[in-house]
Design a protein around this ligand. Sequence first.
Ligand SMILES: C[S@@+](CC[C@H](N)C(=O)[O-])C[C@H]1O[C@@H](n2cnc3c(N)ncnc32)[C@H](O)[C@@H]1O
Length: 280
Amino acid sequence: MLDKPEAVQRQWTVGRQRIVLADCLTGLADLPAASVDVCVTSPPYNIGVAYSTYRDRMPRQAYLDWLREVGRAIHRVLKDEGSFFLNAGSIGSDPWLATDAARAMGEAFVLQNHIVWAKSLSIGDDTVGHFKPINSQRFLNHNHEAIFHFTKTGGVAIDRLAVGVPFKDKSNIARWGHARDRRCAGNVWFIPYRTVKSRAQKFDHPAGFPLELPLRCIRLHGVERPSVLDPFLGAGTTLAAAETLGAEGVGFEIDPAYAERAVARLTGLGPPLPHAQSSE
Ligand SMILES: C[S@@+](CC[C@H](N)C(=O)[O-])C[C@H]1O[C@@H](n2cnc3c(N)ncnc32)[C@H](O)[C@@H]1O
């Protein structure tokens, strides 16, 4: 927690994205009700991650109460047919963490899909993807996290084929009357981190998710050029995905250093963007 969350301190518009330096509860309160198609976010996990200013340790109940409040604020701004994708992870000593966080933040929603984000897979002797190894006599390395797909009703139509895969056996296309060579890829998403050689390549943020994660969530929601939200923007990955897909987005970040990194990252996204302006 920061000592003194302040109101909106600064905001930037880069391309179709608005980056707001603010506490997300303040920022969310300023958004019109039912204005967001897709929210993709990953809150702080309350495990002591070394963010630049945010202190990632609260008493458990205070943390969950806070997430519940943010979840309610997301519910207010989400359209009735909107999707809220919550990325949450656990640690060996706290295996219920992601579930508890999702129960709190998703309290006002229906859980429509539960997706496993696999960061690394071993098949036989071959391993693909990165994860942070832990030194433990008790716990396995953690190489997956969860993506909880919440909606207001549990009945929101999604575009499964937008994140689908080609049929392995092409004879299935005609046999089952499919219009194209695409089938649902299921609810385990293998999204490895890129191999990076420096912190700068991770946008100097200790807890970013890969670009592919919000790209898939936004595509799965299936609305063309949706309005996108990330209340815990970090280094701006969700808005980078929104920009890539030609969608409009808004993100809130409480830490000036990360908000500025998000701005720099979005400004650096090609093709050239129409404008990058800042206002106090
Ligand atoms: C897990 S990180 C998000 C990383 C992001 N998904 C990315 O790919 O870069 C959580 C972020 O939430 C920010 N944060 C913490 N409390 C906040 C609050 N009350 N309002 C807005 N942002 C907050 C932290 O500074 C941190 O950057």
